[in-house]
Design a protein around this ligand. Sequence first.
Ligand code: 13P
Ligand code: SF4
Length: 353
Amino acid sequence: AASDPGLVERAEAARAKLGDRAFVLGHHYQRDEVIQFADVTGDSFKLARDAAARPEAEYIVFCGVHFMAESADILTSAKQQVILPDLAAGCSMADMATDQQVDEAWDILTDAGVADVTVPVSYMNSSAAIKAFTGRHGGTICTSSNAKRALDWAFTQGEKVLFLPDQHLGRNTAVLEMGLGLDDCVLFDPHKPGGGLTPQQLRDATMILWRGHCSVHGRFSLDSVLDVRDRIPGVNVLVHPECRHEVVTAADLVGSTEFIIKTLDAAPAGSSWAIGTELNLVRRLALAHPDKTVVFLDRAVCFCSTMNRIDLPHLVWTLESLARGEVVNQITVDEQTAHFARVALDQMLALPG
Ligand code: 13P
Ligand code: SF4
């Protein structure tokens, strides 16, 4: 399908027919065959802002995953329709925190006497229900580009943070950017009674990390870093903060997908880079920088399978349906959930800096 000229022509024709009525957003992890049709590309923070900045577009076609389309629906006007070209494009990390589990966790924090001083900070990679929980309890959303600013703000509002659902982004930001110790962090396991923690552990902790992770970034290991340093002398290791703590600690630089792209753009010709993030993006970076050596941090790690569900046939079907006036795969968040999720998202958009 990737090189099917018939599909490319059909996508172009449907896109032209729709004109300004459709706005196509593409996350950096999308396939090349899809990203070529994106009006804008970006990390999840940039795309959330871009979606909100297009009030004239009737259809926001979100080439990304479900939680991103939900956020776009929350941030755009009621008249606009947000479309996810394949409804099966979810995110395993977002699925690791359900609203029921998070409500139960809050009860456990309440019983331990710490809920009043705890501020929830939820990663963008979470369902609308988790974002609504965050808004209801006075917290904020963050992305990998603004996690430190979100934590700085949260600690002006309370003494502790409940960080959902990515333990790695939470730990890496707290320890490497905020100067907290590893022993200031505890891991809350929603599958264990009491989260697997004693009330005293909850009282002593500064960061309560949810036991969630990204199934792609979680596969990079310390060995990946050591091996690439052996293979390519002088290589710069650049990884996403969803990677495990020992990977991020052993790397030279850490940052969001947008940061990774800008760092490569600014890198001198002849330099070597091993990148620990999703493979579609790393392949594009290698092609965009023929004057540099750009390799994937670990050849055994593969694509994000749910991001990859959005392919050219799904995009063509979506655009052609919309061009005929048939709205398919619309993502809607109910008004009550949307209200409190918007509170938490607006808090993020208002973070200083
Ligand atoms: P960013 O785009 O915010 O860097 O997030 C990476 C990711 O895993 C998105 O699913
Ligand atoms: Fe979710 Fe990880 Fe895929 Fe991003 S890369 S959508 S966090 S599974």
